[in-house]
Design a protein around this ligand. Sequence first.
Ligand SMILES: Nc1nc2c(c(=O)[nH]1)N[C@H]1C(S)=C(S)[C@@H](COP(=O)(O)O)O[C@H]1N2
Ligand SMILES: [Mo]
Length: 214
Amino acid sequence: MRFRAGRGCHHATGEVCVRGEALPPGQREAKGWPVSHYGPVPKFRADRWNLQVFGATATGEKHSWTFEEVTALPKATITADLHCASGTSTLGHEFFGVPASVLLELAPPAPGVTHVMAWAEYGYSANLRLADFTSERTLMATHRNGESLTAEHGFPLRLVVPHLYGYKGPKWLRGIEYMTRDRRGFWEERGYHNIADPWTGQRHSYQEGERPQG
Ligand SMILES: Nc1nc2c(c(=O)[nH]1)N[C@H]1C(S)=C(S)[C@@H](COP(=O)(O)O)O[C@H]1N2
Ligand SMILES: [Mo]
């Protein structure tokens, strides 16, 4: 077991874990920043791109931002590790972008919203409990380590949910759907765990009965 001072995970509640391990159980550190996703890398077209918030919004209306408008939104920096459920992790990314809290303020959910679906190009999706999306470290990243995201890593916008496995963070993010009940996303429908907490090893859907779902 390796230890690294100052590292720790954050639960959806924002509570800091007492664990000091660098890596969640069963993970090994990958060299560099490998690219991993299903399907092709989409081409970015600024004139066709938008970010939408839809579903059960407080006003009942759909919200939409152009790329220019997203660029002008308030930004923040977080340091985060990425943990792929297949067992590799990359550590210490500095992500810069729009905190989920900014979006929640600009486009608030209706009172009955319990979950969100994060949508990407080509229909990739990941469902999150509302508490995971509203976590203070959840961020829609435009930059990593001071540079614009590359196409392979999600340019122009990528969701980062540091306290969950990587499949909960769509690259090429295009939409947030507010939901009043849970629905499984792309990998969640294909045998991956609905919650995806790396610190308790929630990789597979068959584990879902094993622990309280928080
Ligand atoms: N749109 C989209 N986003 C995605 C995926 C995908 O297949 N499509 N794969 C996810 C998975 S399983 C992981 S581990 C991370 C990998 O991110 P990286 O390629 O930047 O390392 O992207 C996530 N985001
Ligand atoms: Mo992954």
